[in-house]
Design a protein. Structure first.
Length: 98
């Protein structure tokens, strides 16, 4: 979803929509999440609060390899948010850019 200044992914059971993103191998996940979690407004000590939650998700890399990765699932309101049909927030049609 286009949330204005940033995108938000919402997990929907049974959805066959794809999104594009980057998969990074973290040398020190604890150090990376110490920075990323607050940035994404996620507190692992209070997982039911905040705008996002960090969830493990199967992702397809290079259209052929499935790996398990952490993804931030948007939990906030979708009032006025536009679905990004192409799945690419930055490279999608101009109406999705801010």
């Amino acid at each position: 979803y286009d949330l204005g200044g940033y995108p938000g992914w919402r997990d929907k059971q049974g959805s066959n929509r794809w999104i594009s993103g980057e998969v990074l191998l973290l040398r020190d996940p604890a150090q990376a999440f110490a920075w990323l979690d607050p940035y994404e407004n996620f507190d692992p000590t209070k997982p039911d609060e905040g705008e996002y939650e960090r969830v493990a998700q199967d992702v397809l890399v290079c259209r052929r390899t499935c790996v398990r990765a952490w993804i931030y699932n948007y939990r906030g309101p979708l009032d006025g948010a536009k679905l990004i049909d192409c799945g690419q927030w930055l490279t999608g049609p101009p109406r999705y850019r801010t």
